[in-house]
Design a protein around this ligand. Structure first.
Ligand code: NAG
Ligand code: NAG
Length: 417
């Protein structure tokens, strides 16, 4: 972007033009092109389900050319049952203007006979713009209470609805919204290309089960920026078949940190590359910069950068776990593994809540290679206590690293790739 000095008269003209434009767009809200859910039968949440009204507004907007807007008006709260906003739509852009609040059904029984993994879905819509300063409230308590993570009784559930899912939506953006208390994952991004998330807020209590902030799967060219995420699981997790993701200016915590993985769980051929995490802050999270892969996986996770990160009392500020396994006693050393190579850690500062600030656990058969560390300064959160670096089968180079060096220097052969 270039900025030029504008002379005062031109400046006034520009401001007047801007005001007129605002007046025009303001008046458009009551005209054609705007589909206010109230006009299609939506009612206050205490009067019942508004999903049919939302769908009616969606279907009309989706069939319109021009730039249709579905409006969820401010100061209103709507109860919406599981719903699928399906594309493709006719217009190049469809705006979902969330100014009010959408709440989920409180009782898990509402999902009986439905897909329990989802609540609000956008599928196959290109040029979608989700905007507005409204709230999506998953009211997940009913699901948390019966989660198998907290219970062992027979009726416990492991799969609960993701608050908002985007499937196969290209050239789209989500901005300014607030998502809270999801039953499980807050936002799922799957099979997307050219997708941006900016200035959003995600909040759930730290103890809530599997409530990842944002999970990415099978997508490329994504940007996630300027967002505040605190939940009971990963703030952001990057899944298989994902490339070119830029994550920046995230404030993460509480939660499990920003995680690449877990990858390769189904012994699939992992292809993850070009993941960049920068300019972010981690507040008392369990992990900071984390990569975790399953031993049974194959393929690669490569060309990854973690840059300009600040940690405050983080349990594992820098961690690679290439032998990830969530079943006890079933994690014997295997000959397969996801190759982790070309990972850069640069300018990482702050405090560790455990004595091991750098912990790279790579496999013997498929070691980590081309690990670059530069300008890393980590201290123990407890004053006077030291921190250490621990590396297994990790090769690379490092400069100016506190707590000290631990990488192996000679590059191994790339067998196992
Ligand atoms: C989005 O882009 C991908 C990759 O180019 C393509 O395969 C997919 O069909 C596109 N989705 C839509 C809804 O157009
Ligand atoms: C290593 O990864 C960076 C991106 O983090 C990329 O620009 C560079 O080309 C990669 N280097 C090699 C040798 O693959």
């Amino acid at each position: 972007m270039t900025f030029s000095v504008i002379s005062p008269p031109t400046c006034i003209m520009k401001i007047l033009g801007f005001i007129m434009m605002m007046m025009i767009t303001g008046s458009v809200f009551s005209e054609a092109g705007v589909y206010n859910v109230l006009n299609y039968g939506a009612t206050s949440y205490n009067k019942g389900d508004s999903s049919n009204a939302f769908l009616k507004a969606w279907n009309l907007a989706c069939a319109e050319s021009g730039k249709p807007t579905i409006l969820i008006p401010e100061k209103w709260t709507f109860l919406v049952y599981p719903v699928n906003f399906q594309g493709p739509c006719k217009a190049k852009n469809v705006v979902f203007m969330l100014s009010g609040t959408i709440v989920a059904p409180e009782l898990p029984s509402v999902w009986k006979g439905r897909d329990t993994s989802k609540w609000l879905i956008f599928g196959g819509v290109n040029g979608l713009i989700v905007d507005g300063y409204g709230v999506i409230d998953g009211r997940g308590k009913g699901w948390w209470d019966q989660s198998c993570k907290h219970n062992t009784w027979k009726g416990c559930t492991s799969l609960a609805p993701t608050a908002i899912s985007f499937h196969g939506c290209n050239d789209s953006t989500v901005k300014n919204i607030h998502i809270t208390n999801s039953a499980q994952v807050h936002m799922y991004l799957g099979r997307l290309r050219d997708f941006g998330v900016d200035n959003i807020k995600i909040q759930a209590p730290w103890w809530t089960p599997n409530t990842d902030g944002i999970h990415i799967q099978a997508s490329s060219n994504l940007g996630i920026s300027n967002s505040v995420i605190g939940s009971g699981d990963d703030c952001i997790s990057v899944g298989d078949y994902t490339s070119n993701v830029w994550i920046s200016k995230i404030s993460c915590g509480p939660g499990h940190g920003i995680s690449i993985g877990s990858l390769g769980k189904d012994s699939n051929f992992v292809q993850v590359s070009g993941i960049h995490v920068s300019d972010s802050y981690f507040d008392r999270t369990t992990n900071g910069a984390r990569i975790k892969t399953w031993q049974v996986g194959r393929g690669y996770a490569q060309d990854i950068t973690f840059k300009n990160l600040q940690f405050y009392k983080v349990r594992n500020p820098i961690i690679i776990d290439q032998n990830y396994c969530d079943v006890r006693n079933d994690c014997k050393e295997q000959v397969t593994g996801v190759k982790i190579r070309n990972v850069t850690y640069s300018t990482l500062y702050g405090t560790s809540d455990t004595d091991i600030a750098i912990n790279l656990k790579c496999s013997k058969s498929v070691p980590c290679s081309e690990i670059w560390m530069d300008n890393i300064h980590l201290a123990n959160a407890v004053t006077g206590k030291q921190v250490t670096a621990s590396c297994y089968n990790a090769y690379g180079r490092e400069f100016d690293v506190v707590p000290g060096h631990c990488l192996l220097k000679s590059a191994p052969t790339t067998s196992g790739l």
